[in-house]
Design a protein around this ligand. Sequence first.
Ligand SMILES: NC(=O)c1ccc[n+]([C@@H]2O[C@H](COP(=O)([O-])OP(=O)(O)OC[C@H]3O[C@@H](n4cnc5c(N)ncnc54)[C@H](O)[C@@H]3O)[C@@H](O)[C@H]2O)c1
Length: 425
Amino acid sequence: MERVVVVGLGYVGLPLAQAAVLSGLEVTGLDLNNEIVSGLTAGRSHIDDLSDFEINEMLDKGFRATTDSSCIRQADVIVVCVPTPLSAEGGPDLGAVISATNSVSENLSAGSLVILESTTYPGTTEEIVLPILEKSGLSLGEFELAFSPERIDPGNQVFGMTNTPKVVGGVNTKSGDSAVQFYSKFVDSVIRAKGAKEAEMAKLLENTYRHVNIALMNELVEFSNLLEIDLWNAIDCAATKPFGFQAFYPGPGVGGHCIPIDPNYLAHHIKSVLGRPFKFVELAQEINQSMPAYVVSRIQDALNDQGKALKHSKILLLGVTYKANIADQRESPVRPLARELLAKGADIRFIDPFVESWNVDSEHGNHEGDRILNCVTDLDQEISEADIVVLLQNHKNFDLSSLVAKAKLILDTRGVLEGINVIKL
Ligand SMILES: NC(=O)c1ccc[n+]([C@@H]2O[C@H](COP(=O)([O-])OP(=O)(O)OC[C@H]3O[C@@H](n4cnc5c(N)ncnc54)[C@H](O)[C@@H]3O)[C@@H](O)[C@H]2O)c1
């Protein structure tokens, strides 16, 4: 039986480990984080997409989690799924990829296949990962190396690991062949890229495409408001064209691990190698980042029309996560939005079925002086008492008709509400 080690047991690594273990492979999960490893060992999930029941099912099938990198020595396949954030200067931070690759290199055995799944700029697998692996004393050919971008969509009930086509690119033909063979064991459709660079580029292309098209809608929503056009209705009409159009929607900004971060990897790479700006990405970044402030200006205008000042107004924020129906708050645009409301003296509260307590100032732990809000408990009372309710995330358990019936005034940033008390973004 093939032995697999998944390095990094987060939103990407854990579903991959699940799919591999359910297909009958022997899977070990390696993570630096003791808490995550002991939680998983005790059958507790720390990500939205997997339940405790599913973790227990994995454990029953032989999955084990560890912090000990010596497990790599016995592995036939090692898949690296560690984070690729931005550095303080806004460029790629490959620290976790480099440190995980060092652990792999120190324990690499001849005949193993190493696959990088972390999103990164084209060239990383060949120019960064390969030389580190060769420090093991083994050369390419004695081990194999490929890149395969992750396409996890947290909260997606339809597309998961096995039914989402998987792109794979090897640094040489043999590596590509082996990686296709590996994923074919638990993914229905595996697509072979020409090489690792093309596979790396494919991932950044997917995310940059979303980033730019969301920015297009976000720029257009401001103009549509001034021209008194319902942009959501226009998008729905355009989307009836059976070819040549894909619907994207405006909103309060972009969040998550991918859209606000990955296009920067590409833009930074193009700038550092070619010395040229990636103008589309820069513009999209500027527009998407301006959305929280735009929403604040629309709240202010809406209150002003009622003869109220933003200062001391009661504002109820509905949904603080970065996307609907999940608890993930990473890079959520609601944080900068809330901070600006607080800076202007507003009295803010929030409701989110996925978040009990919300740190407005930091997404990485609580620090002294951080403003921490608790999710309101009396929903109906808060809705009717708020000077304005702002729908930021359309979680499926929000009762939208009751919201429209009870609220004095609503700013709808998702284009899902109708009513005389509703203002669309
Ligand atoms: N979350 C998504 O929706 C998504 C989708 C597609 C692609 N990606 C990409 O996949 C990669 C992983 O993202 P994620 O969301 O799973 O991250 P995550 O933060 O959820 O999980 C990463 C895990 O890696 C562990 N880790 C960090 N350094 C390590 C090391 N040196 N050795 C062992 N473990 C280490 C962390 O403790 C953490 O548990 C990123 O490159 C991301 O851009 C994420």
